[in-house]
Design a protein around this ligand. Structure first.
Ligand code: COA
Length: 164
């Protein structure tokens, strides 16, 4: 039996999320303050997981964070894997944990926006079941365009609540 070279753990620590995202160039504090992120994590309105190498070092090698939307979706705000740990399945494992947690709270699906020239991330999201559902011009601060992707969740069945 082969063991994975990493482990995935849930987190509610805003500080660790912010630092884990930096190597992957996700500047979390550009769009949310540490205080607001802590507030949302404490109330379960943000779900986050970290990846650590095996044997476990102090610093995480990857992070995923999703925010719960009123419409019953989980919007992925951060997904970042340290450059030295890419193409090992870390992001796939982080996504699986987020997906399970989203299903547990009966979310309808996962959504994400991507810069439209982020081809690597687009390939990744397609590999884990996301599909393009639209484009938004001038979406980011620098005026660049976003691709919007959606991944429905299995719990999307009759009697399923429309709101979280
Ligand atoms: C996108 C990102 C999260 C992928 O992380 P990862 O841990 O390397 O991804 P995985 O190893 O789980 O990859 C799974 C599959 O996705 C696809 N994929 C991932 N990275 C890819 C790349 N650079 N080029 C092409 N396909 C890629 C492949 O199909 C891959 O399977 P394979 O390795 O068997 O071919 C990582 O490259 C990253 O942190 N990028 C910078 C931050 C970013 O763009 N985040 C997304 C915006 S929210």
């Amino acid at each position: 039996m082969t063991t994975k070279p990493f482990v995935i753990e849930p987190t509610q620590d805003a500080e660790v999320i912010i630092h884990a995202a930096l190597p992957g160039l996700a500047d979390v504090e550009q769009w949310i303050s540490r205080e607001k992120l802590t507030f949302l994590l404490d109330r379960g309105l943000v779900i986050a997981f970290l990846a650590y190498g095996q044997p476990k070092l102090d610093l995480p090698t990857g992070v995923i964070m999703g925010g719960l939307e009123e419409e019953g979706r989980v919007w992925i705000e951060v997904l970042s894997v340290h450059p030295s740990y890419r193409r090992l399945g870390v992001a796939t494992a982080l996504m699986e944990e987020l997906r399970s947690q989203a299903q547990a709270i009966q979310a309808r699906g996962l959504m994400v926006d991507l810069d439209d020239d982020n081809y690597q991330a687009l390939k990744f999201y397609k590999s884990v079941g996301f599909k393009k559902v639209g484009f938004v011009n001038h979406y980011y601060y620098d005026g660049s365009k976003a691709i919007i992707l959606f991944c429905p969740l299995a719990a999307n069945s009759p009697g399923f609540p429309h709101r979280l």
